[in-house]
Ligand binder design. Sequence first.
Ligand code: SF4
Ligand code: MG
Length: 334
Amino acid sequence: REALLEVRELKTYYSTETGVTRSVDGVSFKIERGEVLGVVGESGCGKSVMSYSVMGLVEEPGRIVGGEIIFEGTDLAKLSKGELKKLQGNAMSMIFQEPLTSLNPLLTIGYQISENIMLHQAAKKKTAKQRSIEMLRKVGIARPEAVFRSYPHELSGGMRQRAMIAIALSCNPKLLIADEPTTALDVTIQAQILRLMQELRDETQASIMIITHDLGVIAEMVDRVIVMYAGQVVEEGDVYELFRAPKHPYTLGLIRSTPRLEETRVELDSIPGTVPAPSRMPAGCRFHPRCAFAAKRCASEAPPLRELGSGTKARCWLHEEGEVNLVDERKPGD
Ligand code: SF4
Ligand code: MG
């Protein structure tokens, strides 16, 4: 199958007086049509910058300094701002963490959604209004006519998030990128929003990339996962396999610090230490200062992202001589 999106060796750096921050440092992955890909990692791991790079939303002093972003055969990294604009909110759209920052506070929800429909579907005002109201109904808004006339600040957080999803979906995107789409919402609304995104995927065969620090969201929603740490992919694989037998110590740490995954029946633990500042990356394996499995060489030699037998990939020396089961064979802290 041809991938809808293929990112190859993407590098997005920020240059400031204090030095160069390698926020995204050689990231590669694919998304098939109709696939839901999860991107996980703690804040600061580069996942948002990666998605902004795909959407053409990186701003100075940030810059894509290397790699390719192939979307339906076109390298987005080579397009002009104007050409990218045409794709944004059309073939690709994005749902942000905090709707208030991406919705225009001075315009009604109805104006914002129908404007989008008029722009991208060449629809007349009346048709655009009808479609907007249908869209608002589709995202589970009970009184779409009232919401159509409302300003963002008049709505609850959950309603705003739904309205933003309606806007994002109003142009039938082929790729929907959702950056922490439910973080600001309470658990019930989170579940509704995730279900809604799933339904829309089933209906339209859109591909979805969900960016989150929350493995609970990942377990519920996605087919495949990439785990990012310090600007790089450290593990990639099928979601079931990832939870069953994580291959990277960082992934294991994330799973152990996730309260909602009762199946794993492990004590809650947090990963010691913090994500390194991208301007001061540790030598060797970037995770070594926090890794309970670290060996001597880990401090000086950077491991490659290696393909393992189980169809997963991991960037860790432990698997150099064949796959090691982190959960059974050794326990961090023992
Ligand atoms: Fe830990 Fe070494 Fe693997 Fe890095 S390479 S994750 S430090 S065991
Ligand atoms: Mg972020």
